[in-house]
Structure formats: C-alpha cells, structure tokens
Design a protein around this ligand. Sequence first.
Ligand SMILES: [Zn+2]
Length: 279
Amino acid sequence: METIVEFGHSAKNKTFLWKCMNDIIPSSERMRRVMQYSGDMCSMCNQAVETTKHIIWECPFARAIWTSILVARRSMDDAGTTGHDWINSWFTNEFIKLDADWIIKMANACWKIWKERCRCVFDGKKPNPVETIWSIGLILRNAAGEFEQGRFIYERGYLDAEHAKIEGLRQAMLWTEELNIYQVCFELDAQTVVATVKEDYQKARWETQKLALDIISLFSKCSLWTCKFINRKNNKPADKLARHSRLFQINRSWIQYPPNFIVEALIYADANGVLNPII
Ligand SMILES: [Zn+2]
C-alpha cells in the first residue's frame, strides 16, 4: 500500500484503492455479510453477487470502462487474480512503461466506476459507460457563426473531464494552426480550464499542469487568439460530436457541411447568439 501513498494521487482515490485492496468497500455482498442487509446482487448488471472484485473488475459496466484505457484489459487477463493482487500489479507490471500516467488513469477509473455504482444504487441512475468515458468534439465556425468544419477525437484514457477539456483546447489550437487561422476565439464549457489558461496554470490539477503550460505558451505566440467560457447549453453541437465519438470509438472530420446529428443543436446555438468562430 505504501506505493499508492507515495504515488501521491488525490486522497479519495487512494483511500478507495486501499479499501478495494482490503476488500472493505460497502459492496452489497459485504453489507449482507456484515450488516445482515438483504439482497446482494449487483445493481449495475443484476447478473452476479456484488463483491468488490465484481464491481471493479467483473461487472460488464466496469469492463466497458476499462476498454477506454490503453492495455487495461490486458492487465486483467488472469481471471483468478484477486482485486488486491491486481491493484498491486499496477505498480510493477510492464504497462507503466507504455504510459507514464497509467496508474493515475487506472485509479481514476476505479473511483469513477464506484461513483457510478453509487449513483445507480442511491439515485436510481441507469449505468452509462458511454457518458463515463471522455472524448473531444471540436467545431470551427466563421465570424458569422456558420459551421465551417467539425471533428471529433476519440483517444483512450483521459485522466478525467478536466484533462479531456484541456487536451481538447490544445487540439483545437493545433487544428487552427494547421488551417492558418490567425484570429480565433476558443470557446469552452469548462470554467476551470479557461481560468487555468488565462490566469494561473496552478488552477489545474497537478497532473494537467504541464499541458496547461504548453497551452499558455501557444497563446503567448498568437496575440489574436483568445479563450472564453460559454455555458454548456450553447456548446451542445460540440458536446454531441464528442458523444458520437465515444459511442463509435472513432476519429472523424467534416468539412463545409455538419453531420445530421448536430444540425438541430447548431440551429439552437445560432439562435442564442453564439457567434464566435470556434469552441
Ligand atoms: Zn455487475
């Protein structure tokens, strides 16, 4: 367990991993065993008894999440491994060499699976792995607010929503550079990310600060690039693109004509005065 403490990730994730390793998370099976609660089936899939290992490893919901992280599924090859040994193996197996952030992604995914499981148990929310995985949707509009190009990027294993948004901004900047567009307003529906790149990179979590500094440096080179926060409702077209990318796990671009599934959202955004050229 020391390895996890040294690893220095957020306290809630560490505590949760520690609980998983020691099999003391309040799963339905444990609640039945310890507190004599009735019912021990997994409320996410209703297919098996809800043990710790089921929640983080065996449940189809968990497995759908693990597909979004590079080689996570390969680390789960031996079904006989205990949850304890599996988590322990994260620190010693070869996968960490492929991706320096691998452990953070694994820890975040575990925590997210648990949060979704609790939402399902306590709020009756239907599990939705597609909504739980992050992806990027970008839309380029001209000065009149008309659609010019769109693209979505499905990359495996963003650390969290903040990481996906900040990487989305970087991708948008690279895209505009590629297209030689000099005057751009990047609109994002993530207030923290806007504050991070406009005010102080330390507003981002430490894992994304390096990326934030890269973006600040790109901004300093282009004086006609700005960045602003817009509310989520007006960012629906880009949101829909990102969702589509998660559903089909692909990258794609559109030039001149938007895909049908975002037309309605574009009309709404237009009617609400979203006139800046890019998300
Ligand atoms: Zn299940």
